[in-house]
Design a protein around this ligand. Structure first.
Ligand code: TYD
Length: 136
């Protein structure tokens, strides 16, 4: 499986009507894990790089519910780039994948759904350490 297949884009249905749009995300159904944690990142801009980590235990889905941002994703061998720019589209990031989020528009609200409760100890924030762990 290549990296693009490991980290697919997920296209949510638009249940909108003349009153507006509605997107539903159901844990274990529209995304491949049960959601234990939700957080969102806003007030970032084009000058910062966020993320810069891999997670030993967590899976994520990232969705720009407003504005846009980019994600650089690598498994230490391949590298892909994803642009998140619509509330109906997300990207799935499995465990042990390195990600950087950047190029946030001023109005960006990046919603992140996670499969775990927060545990800082499962984050790998050093790229050399990540390469060692992912290769072993
Ligand atoms: P960080 O992981 O650096 O954010 P990002 O991946 O978006 O760059 O998190 C920033 C701070 O917030 C850090 O001190 C850890 C804390 N934090 C939590 O306490 N719980 C969480 O669920 C997350 C994602 C972060």
């Amino acid at each position: 499986m290549n990296l693009r297949e490991k980290c697919p884009m997920i296209y949510f249905d638009d249940l909108g009507d003349e009153r507006g749009k509605l997107v539903v995300i159901e844990g274990g159904q529209t995304i491949p894990f049960e959601v234990k944690r939700v957080f969102y990142i806003y007030d970032s801009d084009g000058t910062v790089i966020r993320g810069q980590h891999a997670n030993r235990k967590s899976e994520f889905v990232l969705i720009n519910v407003a504005g846009k941002s980019k994600v650089r994703i690598t498994d230490g061998k391949e590298e892909i780039f994803v642009e998140l720019n619509r509330p109906m589209t997300g990207v799935y990031i499995p465990k042990m994948i390195w990600k950087d989020m950047y190029d946030f528009s001023k109005d960006s609200i990046l919603l992140v759904l996670a499969s775990t409760h927060y545990d800082g100890a499962e984050y790998i924030r050093n790229y050399e350490e990540y390469l060692k762990e992912v290769e072993s």
